[in-house]
Design a protein around this ligand. Structure first.
Ligand SMILES: [Zn+2]
Ligand SMILES: [Zn+2]
Length: 122
């Protein structure tokens, strides 16, 4: 995996995780980084605020539809349902996606460890 072949990595991730193609939620719909609320999970949705806006799966689930404004109740329900369908390794997939797009640079050993969880057959 060294150096990272980014196009190949993107292709492998999209083949295994078609939900990466969602434009509004998931790693393509948020700015790369860790959850605004806890700092310990990948950001997967952008909510309305006020308060922490880019949330990971656990914090968004805890906040529920209250993390969105009343005018975006439908979007909130869709985003929360979408999060529940994600596989357990979704955080690793998101972090690896950002490496694959060049948005995030990680230590190669860390990248390899994440890749072994997100793409175990590779
Ligand atoms: Zn969080
Ligand atoms: Zn809103």
């Amino acid at each position: 995996m060294l150096p990272v072949d980014r196009p190949a990595l993107r292709a492998a991730l999209r083949a295994r995780y078609p939900w990466l193609d969602e434009p509004d939620v998931g790693p393509r719909g948020v700015e790369a980084g860790e959850c605004d609320a806890c700092g310990a999970e990948a950001r997967l949705v952008t909510t309305c605020g006020p308060g922490p806006v880019a949330l990971g799966r656990r914090c968004a689930g805890d906040a529920g539809a209250g993390a969105w404004c009343d005018g975006h109740a439908e979007e909130a329900a869709a985003a929360l349902a979408w999060l529940e369908r994600l596989p357990p390794e979704a955080d690793d997939v998101a972090r690896l996606w950002w490496v694959a797009t060049g948005e995030v640079r990680l230590d190669p050993a860390l990248t390899a460890a994440i890749a072994s969880r997100a793409l175990p057959d590779r």
